[in-house]
Design a protein around this ligand. Sequence first.
Ligand SMILES: [Zn+2]
Length: 301
Amino acid sequence: MSTLPIIDKNSWGANTNCVVCANQLKHTPAISIQNSSLHECVNCQSYTLLPRLQIAQQLDLHNSDEYFAHKYFELRRHDLHRAIERSAIAQNYVGKIIDATQNVRLLDLGCDNGLFMYAMQQQFGYSVSGIDISERASLAARNQFGLNVLNTTIENAPDNLSGFDVITAIDFVEHVVRPKTLFEEVYKRLVTGGVFYFETPNIFSLIYRTGFMLGRICPTLFKSQLERLFPLQHCQYFSPKGILFLSQLLGFEIVAHDRRILIDSDLNVSCSVLKALKLLQLVDNLYHNQVLDVYLLQKTD
Ligand SMILES: [Zn+2]
């Protein structure tokens, strides 16, 4: 693995720089959508959404009826079968490093109503905790499954929420307003040898590339599909180079980086759009460029 150049750490937080590596962003956006625009980093090729959301805005977006009560999430909150499948995929990675029979502590970030962590608990015996910025979601997790879930962000979570063997984040890291802080907090709250498993969109997949193209040539015609593909809640997209950068900066080793397609029930789109997406996923499969990036990082020292 190559080592990325050292950059000026003081430039983190500058409003127009890459939120992953703090280098410059391309001036021309890859796509403009809902008064925001996505810009590629000239160094790490991660994509940053401008203007940057404030944490309060991200909180409002996640607590809104439009987001929280969306059919996709409602279905997902009650699909235990799918949660068991997701937990099996995660365990396939985590189980290579962590022995789940040894009273292992797991923290799930952005746990929503807790179905995934409930599946990890029931299937593999993890001792689970979760956090979510949505008050409604954390309440549902406590009421529905009796889970230990805090309504907070990881940076505001109490210091004793720590000493975890496993931290998981499914469809989460692309929502976080300060990603470097997130990785620092994850590192701090893991035991040495502990692992961070996360899944996040692959912006280089053909599905997203097609979205960029449609956004350039006919944004009005595909407005609703583009807003679905690039929701404002996704305030950055990580490149492999960006994840490598953060890992080297903080002391994580990248144990695994894979890609996989989304299954039909995860797509939840109309029949015609589904057919188009399946075709694009077929091509992505051929080039190992599937729409979902899957990472396992380990805290090594
Ligand atoms: Zn960057």
